[in-house]
Design a protein around this ligand. Structure first.
Ligand SMILES: Cc1cc2nc3c(=O)[nH]c(=O)nc-3n(C[C@H](O)[C@H](O)[C@H](O)COP(=O)(O)O)c2cc1C
Length: 353
């Protein structure tokens, strides 16, 4: 049993997470896995109320479910079993049973973020249909578009993140303190962005090393450099095959865990179809902060940009106030990413009791 649980948790740790924060911890007692959110791993302005971490934990939970079935267990899941502990994500009891294996299992190790420019090519009808039917949770909805005008707009929405981040001292410093400049540094820290996964062409990489210094970046942004980078990224984003959002009906932690489970199924399905994906979520998480009137770290101009970008997402997908956007992504044909990010080992995130 313990060897099976180690395999299952090995799959869990391959889940994606914002800044590769891996905000999860597992406690194993007999046939039961207790999954917890680890809030201190994700203290950025990006994760208002731990919502990004709930999505990441949802993705890890979905991997647990898929891997359990692969090993012949029926996972019985209780979400948020202790109403006094908002970080106790799930209690998962494993029972040997006759279960149908999930064909997405083999794509768990292959899935990764791909930040390359994608080919200018639309998805065909079958690919689109398979993606749209990848989500089987009644409380989360996938909205998808390949419309050229909407992609232009959404490309800009995605790059508003860089525009805001590069002109905001807190976000800038947070981001650059999470860049790992070599494989050795990434293997040591295990959290953050390994520089090669950012897919910067050599001239941009040089510029990136210069603007990691806030004093220099601040001078550059006075002459609009953050807008130029934003425009370049908008172009790359817009040239993808399609854009999608996952919505839920309110911003409860449970909904965000379920959105994370759905995101993971979608991403594994995309991997199966040999499609590349990049989440573009900065603006969404900034908007939760704006909605909660928690804007002291943003300038008025930045708040305006964030509101405009969120409203462009709503317009593009015909959303109203009953649709809370939990996740946005671009998708297309990007080939293989140049590098992968590191993970904590199973023992570093698990307590066996
Ligand atoms: C909730 C969430 C938000 C994310 N937001 C972004 C984003 O805005 N931009 C981006 O390039 N990657 C984003 N990512 C991707 C993570 O950076 C990535 O999953 C992590 O670095 C691990 O790499 P991997 O996906 O290749 O395993 C996000 C992932 C999650 C789960």
């Amino acid at each position: 049993m313990i060897e099976d649980i180690r395999k299952i948790l090995g799959s869990a740790t391959l889940a994606p997470s914002g800044e590769n924060a891996q905000p999860w911890k597992f406690v194993v007692k007999g046939n039961t896995i207790f999954q917890f959110n680890v809030p201190h791993r994700d203290q950025s302005l990006y994760s208002w109320g731990q919502r990004a971490s709930y999505i990441s934990n949802g993705a890890a939970l979905e991997n647990i479910v898929i891997a359990s079935k692969e090993l012949g267990y029926n996972p019985n899941i209780e979400l948020f079993p202790d109403s006094d502990n908002e970080h106790f994500i799930a209690k998962i009891s494993l029972v040997k049973d006759k279960v149908n294996k999930d064909p997405l299992y083999e794509y768990i190790p292959e899935r990764s973020t791909n930040r390359k420019p994608y080919e200018i090519k639309l998805l065909d009808k079958n690919e689109e249909k398979e993606l749209l039917s990848s989500i089987n949770d009644e409380n989360t909805v996938l909205h998808f578009t390949q419309d050229i005008k909407k992609k232009k707009l959404l490309g800009r929405v995605g790059s508003t993140n860089e525009r805001v981040m590069l002109s905001n001292k807190h976000l800038h410093n947070f981001f650059f303190s999470h860049v790992n400049w070599s494989k050795e540094e990434d293997d040591k820290k295990k959290i953050g962005f390994f520089i090669d996964t950012l897919e910067l062409p050599p001239p941009a990489l040089l510029g990136f090393k210069v603007i990691k210094n806030w004093v220099i970046m601040n001078l550059f942004s006075k002459i609009g450099f953050h807008k130029v980078i934003g425009l370049q990224n908008a172009k790359i984003n817009s040239a993808s095959s399609g854009f999608g959002v996952i919505t839920v009906n309110n911003n409860s932690p449970k909904n965000f865990v379920n959105a994370g489970r759905s995101m993971q199924r979608l991403w594994l399905t995309a991997t199966k179809l040999k499609l590349s994906m990049q989440p573009l979520t900065g603006i969404i998480f900034f908007m939760y902060r704006v909605m909660a009137n928690d804007t002291e770290k943003f300038s008025k101009k930045q708040v305006h940009l964030i509101k405009k970008a969120y409203s462009d997402i709503q317009k593009s997908f015909n959303l109203d106030i009953n649709n809370t956007v939990a996740f946005m992504f671009r998708i297309g044909y990007g080939g293989k990413p140049s590098a992968r990010s590191t993970r904590f080992s199973i023992d570093e995130v698990t307590e066996f009791q």
